[in-house]
Design a protein around this ligand. Structure first.
Ligand SMILES: O=C(O)CCC(=O)C(=O)O
Ligand SMILES: [Fe+2]
Length: 297
């Protein structure tokens, strides 16, 4: 691993000055840390506490967290990822969906309140960043306003025996962009740079991490980079992270804006919906961006 480089940091309080850095980070890394995002540190900590207790519930209760779209609900530890489990909430902008999720898990009134506040706050940040990425490319920033978002709360049961093995295998995220509140103490996340080297993403409490996914590459006609990443077990401690995914258009196809297609930049991908692509990834088990080759024009 190349220890000399690290991922870029974007200061959300420093716009328009950071547009150029944002564009370069999105094209070259598909990954950056975000600071000054305006989510109170206390809310981030409270949410971490809540999700830790939800993940500590008996498996019979966690299984009430059923899929709304393919793969959006509870994931039990599996032969492929035995150290990993996750709870999920599809469409976090809907207060109904937030309440259904909380009811499935018998959440207390104060836990519900925290999940609802966090969902609202992180939804605002993800829309802001999605908009800024488009603006950094000279486009209008309102394209993603109606796109659904999904939460996934990840728990890694790391043990002394598992040190050195994978918590989550190498993958890209299928959606447009992901905001990750990573574990503030336990590292292990690694992103792959464009030369194929893994770069460790060390915790930075209070900040958020952004990953661009396959839909960003499709939507931008190949300009934005979908970043490959994995979680390695580095120490025998439980690791908890909260991922929020901005997925893609709900019903319409993921077509690039006309400004990004011309004779020098012919259209790279067929026209399809996000859900079609998500199903393709699940059925082919191509989890690290390889499914993009199947939808290439
Ligand atoms: O737990 C992490 O830090 C990464 C999780 C992740 O990559 C994902 O949920 O897609
Ligand atoms: Fe991921």
């Amino acid at each position: 691993m190349d220890k000399t480089q690290s991922i870029p940091t974007i200061d959300l309080s420093d716009f328009p000055a950071q547009y150029e850095k944002l564009r370069r980070s999105s094209e070259e890394w598909g990954c950056f840390r975000v600071v000054n995002h305006n989510i109170p540190f206390e809310l981030m900590q409270e949410m971490k506490q809540v999700v830790r207790s939800l993940l500590d519930l008996p498996i019979q209760i966690k299984q009430n967290n059923v899929d709304v779209i393919a793969g959006s609900g509870y994931w039990a530890p599996s032969p492929k990822n035995p150290l990993y489990e996750a709870l999920g909430l599809y469409d976090m902008a809907s207060s109904q969906a937030v309440h259904t999720f909380c009811s499935q898990l018998d959440a207390s009134p104060s836990q519900r309140d925290t999940v609802a506040k966090y969902a609202k706050a992180i939804h605002e940040v993800i829309m802001d960043i999605g908009g800024k990425i488009a603006e950094s490319m000279g486009l209008k920033g309102d394209y993603c306003k109606e796109w659904p978002c999904q939460f996934r709360i990840n728990k890694y049961h790391f043990t002394p025996q598992s040190v050195g093995s994978a918590g989550v295998q190498l993958h890209t995220d299928s959606g447009f962009l992901t905001i990750l509140q990573d574990d503030e103490n336990v590292g292990g996340l690694e992103v792959m740079d464009k030369s194929g080297e893994f770069v460790a993403v060390d915790p930075l409490p209070g900040s958020l991490l952004v990953n661009l996914g396959d839909m960003a590459t499709v939507w931008s006609n190949g300009r934005l980079h979908t970043v490959k990443h994995r979680v390695q077990c580095k120490e025998a401690k439980t690791r908890v992270s909260i991922a929020t995914f901005l997925l893609g258009p709900k019903e319409e196809a993921v077509d690039p804006p006309p400004e990004l297609v011309d004779s020098d930049h012919p259209r790279l991908y067929n026209s399809f919906t996000y859900e079609e692509y998500r199903k393709l990834r699940l059925s082919t088990e191509l989890q690290a961006g390889e499914a993009l080759a199947l939808v290439h024009t």
